[in-house]
Ligand binder design. Structure first.
Ligand SMILES: Cc1cc2nc3c(=O)[nH]c(=O)nc-3n(C[C@H](O)[C@H](O)[C@H](O)COP(=O)(O)OP(=O)(O)OC[C@H]3O[C@@H](n4cnc5c(N)ncnc54)[C@H](O)[C@@H]3O)c2cc1C
Length: 408
């Protein structure tokens, strides 16, 4: 083991691996410390195994952070074009889908990890697995990093790239926050993000397993927070699917950080029609003699009809027989904006991302060096920087990792 490198990188995830490569390319000796038995485990699970590593529409506005000027200062040095040519330079062919999501042309996350591993080996980067850093001390201008089993590495500088707290089985267990806090860093309370939602209502139970294309909005205290259009998946516990994950952050923050309970999502089951068109179509069907139970056939999945009697009951004094033009109009309104009370999230084991982390005001814009301890750099999800789904979070991991590895 190389135990006196110039740079020790804590965490061999997306940010840590790129930080190590960027540092080694400028001539530094580097050792990467990883708590799991192998490196890049989370990378392999990204994008459903395809790794959505970047988005063509990468822009400062796609991110939020405690310090809004931090992301622009990093993307200016290493943004979308640089990330693209970094990977192409490693031999990775890329493809972009119609929404701007960038994937490896092989459609395999394993290809992304492989080219990073090859480059790390070519540069002679040392890798220590099963090394869980549980203490970092700094004395006389050097850092001493200790693992629970007694192993130690001493380095001139450190990149802390230990990730957040989401999907602990893939490595990131929140220990990076404790290491940062030991230098006095403030931690913005981490909450699960990009996570399915708990909504204990009969509709979810009835329709579990059903996927639908919807428009969705999160609300806190009745105020709109996030909007998305995409897939909704009904589950026994509540709501999942890409559209739900896309609006989950605002609700998770409200529930888990602000202690709110007035959290809802409003689902538009007819994103392809206006309210007026939906009302007219349902009224036309009724007038043409369609049975109430068939009113949404051909518009919504057939499984939906299982739940239609309850919805019709809500809009027609509890009786299917009293369904008239007015109830057809009310049904259309209901399906355009069905509100679900959200009681919680599915938690860390199902969250794709952590919202919160080390206060982004405590690192220097442009370099990511800690303002509290010179020589300590922070990169990736451990920082309180959030990107939307669609390749933005990995883009942040690559960009911040590369810049942190430059060390100036
Ligand atoms: C299922 C899933 C799918 C995703 N899909 C996408 C996607 O397609 N596109 C996208 O942009 N984002 C995606 N994300 C989010 C993205 O993977 C993360 O934002 C990104 O990996 C963060 O990179 P990181 O290097 O900061 O942290 P991580 O990738 O979490 O890496 C941190 C590493 O540090 C190690 N570590 C932690 N603590 C210690 C310690 N004390 N000592 C030593 N090592 C330690 C961990 O084991 C881990 O290997 C997905 C996330 C998940 C969970």
């Amino acid at each position: 083991m190389r135990d006196h490198p110039d740079l020790a990188v804590v965490g061999a995830g997306a940010a840590g691996l790129v930080a190590a490569i960027s540092a080694a390319r400028r001539g530094a000796s580097v050792t990467v410390l990883e708590r799991l038995s192998w490196i890049g485990k989370k990378l392999l699970a990204t994008g459903g195994g395809r790794c959505n590593l970047l988005n063509e529409h990468l822009a400062d506005s796609a991110f939020s952070a405690t310090n809004p000027s931090l992301v622009p200062s990093i993307l200016k040095r290493f943004g979308g074009p640089e990330i693209r040519s970094f990977f192409e330079g490693l031999g990775l062919r890329l493809q972009t889908d119609e929404t701007g999501r960038v994937y490896p042309a092989t459609n395999q996350a394993a290809s992304v990890l492989k080219v990073l591993e090859l480059e790390a080996a070519r540069l002679g980067i040392g890798v220590e697995t099963r090394f869980e850093a549980d203490r970092i001390e700094s004395t006389a201008g050097r850092f001493l990093i200790s693992a629970a089993d007694g192993r130690k590495v001493e380095a001139r500088s450190v990149v802390l790239a230990a990730g957040g707290r989401s999907y602990p089985a893939l490595g990131s267990n929140g220990s990076g926050y404790d290491l940062a806090a030991s230098f006095g860093h403030r931690i913005v309370k981490p909450v699960p993000s990009a996570v399915p939602l708990l909504a204990k209502v009969r509709m979810c139970h009835f329709l579990q397993g059903q996927r639908m294309r919807v428009r969705i909005e999160s609300r806190v205290g009745g105020e709109p927070r996030q909007k998305a259009e995409g897939e909704l998946l009904f589950a026994q516990y509540g709501l999942s699917g890409t559209a739900v994950l896309d609006v989950s952050e605002s609700l998770s923050i409200a529930l888990n950080r602000e202690g709110r309970s007035d959290t809802t999502v409003v689902v538009d089951f007819f994103p392809f029609m206006s309210e007026k068109e939906a009302a007219a179509e349902l009224a036309r069907r009724l007038a043409a003699g369609w049975a109430p139970k068939d009113l949404v056939s051909g518009l919504l999945p057939e499984k939906f009809s299982v739940f239609l009697p309850q919805l019709l009951g809500e809009v027609s004094d509890g009786s299917e027989k009293r369904v008239d033009a007015e109830s057809a109009r009310k049904l259309a309104l209901l399906l355009k904006a069905r509100e679900f009370q959200v009681q919680g999230t599915r938690g860390w084991n199902e969250a794709e991302f952590t919202s919160g982390g080390v206060d982004a005001r405590e690192v220097r814009p442009g370099t990511l060096e800690s303002k509290l301890r010179p020589g300590l750099y922070l990169a990736g999800e451990v920082l309180d920087v959030q990107g939307g789904r669609g390749g933005f979070n990995l883009a942040w991991a690559w960009a911040s990792g590369f810049v942190a590895g430059l060390g100036d």
